[in-house]
Design a protein around this ligand. Structure first.
Ligand code: HEC
Length: 115
């Protein structure tokens, strides 16, 4: 019997997460912020071993890559190539292709193109 009371109490107790006011859809600004944050964390995890924490500066192995176009990021990261007509900053071929990052290109692009 007492178990039933507890069960009923739990059932009707307002859980904090349920009482929180429903939030509307994200604003364009919030979506942009989330994309930059995602790009930053991918950059710090996947690129920092060779590129600088400040992408405007050269890193231990890789050049400065701030301002990279979406097209450049796609060719370089997915296929270890450069877009046709693009003059690479370095002639070396040290950086491996990282095709597993195919879903991170937009976020990386947003982070690398912060003003
Ligand atoms: C193993 C070291 C290494 C890692 C990890 C690495 N890079 Fe590179 N990256 C380089 C080097 C070195 C170059 C210069 C070309 C070469 O030798 O491949 C380069 C070149 C580039 C270029 C071309 C720059 C230009 O304009 O010519 C881009 C863009 C780039 N890297 C982006 C990234 C991003 C984004 C990541 C993380 C997802 C990353 N790299 C991870 C070493 C690395």
């Amino acid at each position: 019997m007492s178990l039933l009371v507890i069960a009923a109490a739990l059932l009707f107790a307002p859980l904090p997460s349920c009482t929180k006011k429903a939030e509307g859809p994200l604003t364009a600004e919030q979506i942009a912020e989330k994309r930059v944050a995602r790009g930053r964390s991918t950059y710090m995890a996947q690129c920092l071993s060779c590129h600088n924490a400040d992408p405007k500066r050269d890193g231990s192995l890789g050049p400065a890559i701030a301002g990279s176009s979406r097209e450049l990021l796609e060719s370089r990261i997915l296929r270890a190539e450069y877009p046709t007509g693009y003059t690479p900053k370095r002639t070396s071929k040290t950086m491996p292709a990282m095709p597993h990052l195919k879903n991170e290109l937009d976020a990386l692009h947003a982070f690398l193109n912060l003003p």
